[in-house]
Design a protein around this ligand. Structure first.
Ligand SMILES: [Zn+2]
Length: 208
């Protein structure tokens, strides 16, 4: 009778891990919990959890939709799917790899905080004052038949490409913009370029 009750409790609470497991979770349980948090948004994501020889967990997230995103953007979307208390309990000391299907961990590239700080002012100056990037992006979002934001940078990328910025330059530009709180085309306008018409409308409607 008692054992039966415990089994039911495990079935009810076992996989979400927030129950009294005392900070111990097998890799499969960790994987199941991550699937529960992330699958509603990324139904075909694949997750692997492997411990290294020091017992540190390395977590591999592979998703087709990541192809159009920078690793930093992928991380941003994933981390927002995971409850903070779960993260604090089980994920603090883990290494993450956010991969598109044919990528390897060594393909992933990020900018560190220091690099971003050293290029930030010049890049924002170029985007705001030396080119009409903001005006061009803004006009796509405020015209009568506005473009849709797909949660990526496809519209800004095409504008920057037309303005003559190559992939490396765009990598720098978008890492500054993400650091400023813009993780997709529409966020660039309402979080970073608040002087844009789209942003003014956005914040006015939010206040209503
Ligand atoms: Zn957006």
């Amino acid at each position: 009778m008692k054992i039966h009750t415990i089994l039911i409790l495990l079935v009810l609470f076992g996989t979400n891990g927030i129950s009294a497991q005392n900070n111990k979770m097998t890799n499969n349980q960790l994987k199941d919990s991550l699937y529960n948090f992330i699958k509603p948004t990324y139904p075909s994501i694949e997750i692997e959890v492997n411990a290294d020889k020091n017992g540190k967990n390395h977590i591999y997230f592979t998703e087709k939709k990541f192809e159009l995103l920078y690793p930093q953007q992928r991380y941003h979307y994933l981390i927002h799917k995971i409850p903070e208390d779960f993260y604090n309990e089980y994920l603090q000391n883990t290494v993450w790899y956010e991969l598109a299907p044919d990528e390897k961990p060594e393909d992933l590239d990020y900018h560190d905080e220091e690099t971003i700080k050293s290029i930030k002012d010049i890049i924002l100056e170029i985007l705001k004052a030396k080119t009409d990037f903001v005006k061009k992006l803004d006009s796509q979002f405020i015209k009568n038949d506005p473009v849709e934001c797909f949660g990526d940078f496809r519209h800004s990328k095409s504008i920057l490409t037309n303005l003559g910025f190559n992939e490396t330059e765009q990598f720098d530009i978008f890492h500054v913009l993400m650091h400023e709180g813009g993780y997709c085309d529409c966020e660039l306008l309402y979080n970073v370029f608040r002087e844009s018409e789209y942003s003014k409308n956005y914040w006015k409607n939010r206040k209503k």
